[in-house]
Design a protein around this ligand. Structure first.
Ligand SMILES: [Zn+2]
Length: 341
């Protein structure tokens, strides 16, 4: 692997990364946002016009890859593209190894050149990840292995044979941070139009994507397991200061309702009791009531809703993949006595 310092391949990439930095490293970008990139007096396209691999005519090696968004908010993104080593895979164009875009990617891999991965988050909106590297090629599966940083690239190259578990664990963490968490946040904020579902705050920099079922408890990074919340409501939800029932109603913990303190307590916490969260316009992007119920039962506050048998059945199947300490929803429902839904 050789990288020449004064090489157009390297200089153009550096300039492209700096340009993306000016757009905001975590910001979603559209084709239009990318249109004003100029390198040495020439306007250069950074992303393929269609899904796929992009090699500008000024370069020999590919510069970027583009994937379209998963339209189904319940689908875990990139589920199928993670290999047994926990690195992501990127498919060739077609099945011909000599196809020019596949050759352009192979050249980037052989020369260790960094690339940009534009991940589709919503229609026409992309989350750029850069620099990413190609760690290997799997010709029989028509794909490349993608490394999200130089460390995982080096670890895979040097230790995959001797310490496969170590390499897997590292890759898992990097993919979690560089892909799943970022993609989860952006998809959830997009679904909620960048507003807190509890208080309607619209400052993007103060918003998070809260998990209904946490990562640690086996929650998936899907939009239906997420709710957009401002920092204070996210922290309060995670601390079980309030809960959200499967019918989207908020219940604030009884002892918090009885406290007296300044306006933050009154307006941000006590006043939200019994209100209903703001939901995404798109019905299928709304939080999954089964997951809300599991969390709501854990929260143990306020009257619980009596669920119909279909939801109970769904809950039972959800319980089969959740850790025992969370698998209480069906129990909650079964012992719920005379509550009405
Ligand atoms: Zn809020």
């Amino acid at each position: 692997m050789t990288i020449l310092g004064d090489d157009k391949e390297v200089r153009l990439r550096d300039a492209a990364f700096r340009y993306l930095d000016t757009l905001g490293h975590t910001k979603l970008v559209s084709q239009q946002d990318l249109a004003s990139f100029v390198f040495e007096g020439e306007s250069i396209r950074l992303m393929a016009p269609q899904q796929g691999i992009w090699k500008p005519r000024q370069l020999q090696a590919a510069l970027s890859m583009r994937t379209v968004y998963a339209a189904d908010p319940a689908r875990r993104p990139y589920e199928d593209e993670i290999g047994p080593d926990r690195f992501l895979r990127y498919k060739w164009r077609g099945e011909n190894p000599k196809q020019f875009e596949n050759r352009a990617l192979r050249l980037a891999m052989q020369r260790g050149l960094p690339l940009i991965w534009f991940q589709g988050i919503g229609p026409g909106l992309y989350l750029p990840s850069y620099p990413v590297y190609l760690a290997a090629e799997e010709p029989e599966a028509h794909q490349f292995v993608v490394a999200f940083d130089v460390e995982s690239l080096a670890l895979r190259r040097d230790l995959l044979e001797r310490e496969p578990e170590l390499v897997r664990a590292y890759a898992e963490r990097v993919v979690q941070q560089r892909l799943h968490q970022r993609v989860f946040r952006e998809r959830v904020l997009l679904a909620y139009e960048s507003r807190c579902a509890i208080c309607n705050l619209q400052h993007r920099e103060l918003l998070d994507a809260a998990h209904v079922i946490t990562d640690a408890a086996g929650g998936q990074p899907t939009v239906t397991n997420g709710i957009a919340m401002c920092k204070i409501h996210h922290a309060a939800y995670d601390a079980d200061i309030f809960g959200i029932a499967p019918d989207y109603r908020i219940g604030v913990r009884a002892d918090v309702l009885e406290e007296s303190d300044g306006p933050t307590l009154r307006y941000a916490l006590q006043a939200i009791d019994q209100s209903v969260i703001q939901l995404p316009r798109q019905r299928r992007a709304r939080p999954d009531p089964t997951l809300l119920d599991i969390r709501w039962c854990k929260f143990h506050a306020g009257p619980r809703q009596k669920l119909n048998s279909e939801v109970v059945e769904l809950t039972r199947s959800a319980n089969s993949y959740l850790p025992k300490r969370l698998a209480v929803a069906t129990f909650c429902t079964d012992t719920d006595g005379g509550e009405t839904g």
